[in-house]
Design a protein around this ligand. Structure first.
Ligand code: ADP
Ligand code: MG
Length: 246
């Protein structure tokens, strides 16, 4: 089977007054795989996702999506490139219900059909399916702001998978969750992979990294420290040292 690259960064740079958050980083992401990114705190993982998702402007280099080379990405263009993301510090429509948080995404992706009353049932069915998947259907009438931390993480994931995109950028989706909720998100990620979606996952738990990743990238001080087969990379001396030195 032919390997295909869906996303690439070429000499990507982001500076914050003197800090090289992302420092001439060139990485390549394979379609339909789970690529995990690890690295000590402050190594530039979130900044990388912010650049790819247009949240922060690029200072240098390019992001190449499906062969298109970009030096500027606007947040509103991100879904048109077939991407979505979640945030390390969760972002939701706080004053909307759980159900409306999902319906907003689903009706947006079917804007034309949303004009017709008869499609409302269809949208509701889709929203129900997604919310049942993350065990939030019972909470459908709660305001997002009133959910627990774990439920908020689940809702953010549910919003992401409601989008009609191929590339998912997950910034620590499993952090701080109880095992039961972690299991739900792990199974959502595995299901996305079964549907040949491309996943970029930032995660600290090495057991989960081993379980989920096809490819592992290690960042340190904005640079690429190591990459390759997860098991091999995690046994590399410089990778172990980067963590012990934290
Ligand atoms: P990670 O996600 O790997 O923990 P970050 O990408 O959040 O790392 O941060 C990388 C570096 O950039 C850190 O030194 C951090 O303090 C700095 N940084 C990130 N965002 C900002 C910002 N908005 N303003 C100033 N410095 C920032
Ligand atoms: Mg981070």
């Amino acid at each position: 089977k032919i390997m295909s690259e869906i996303l690439k960064t070429n000499n990507l740079v982001k500076n914050f007054d003197g800090i090289h958050a992302v420092d001439h980083l060139s990485i390549s992401i394979e379609e339909g795989k789970i690529t995990s990114i690890i690295g000590p705190n402050g190594s530039g993982k979130t900044t990388l996702i912010n650049l790819i998702s247009g949240v922060k402007p690029i200072d240098g280099g390019h992001i190449i999506i499906k062969g298109i080379s970009l030096s500027k990405i606007k947040p509103y263009e991100v879904s048109s490139y077939g991407m979505t993301r979640t945030f390390q510090n969760i972002k939701l429509f706080e004053q909307m219900t759980v159900l409306d948080n999902i319906l907003v995404v689903i009706t947006k992706r079917n804007l034309w059909s949303a004009l017709f009353e008869k499609h409302k049932d269809y949208h509701l069915k889709q929203a129900e399916e997604v919310l049942r998947k993350v065990n939030l259907w019972e909470k459908k009438n709660e305001l997002a702001v009133n959910l627990s931390y774990g439920q908020r993480k689940l809702l953010e994931i549910a919003r992401a998978i409601s989008m009609d995109v191929n590339i998912f950028l997950f910034d620590e989706p499993l952090a701080g969750l109880f095992p039961e909720m972690r299991k739900i998100i792990v199974s959502v990620i595995k299901e996305l992979k079964e549907h040949r979606k491309t996943i970029i996952l930032i995660e600290h738990n090495m057991d989960l990294i081993r379980e989920l990743s096809d490819h592992l990238i290690v960042m340190d001080e904005g640079k690429l420290l190591a990459e390759g087969n997860p098991e091999k990379v995690l046994s590399q001396k410089n990778v172990i040292e980067a963590y012990l030195g934290e």
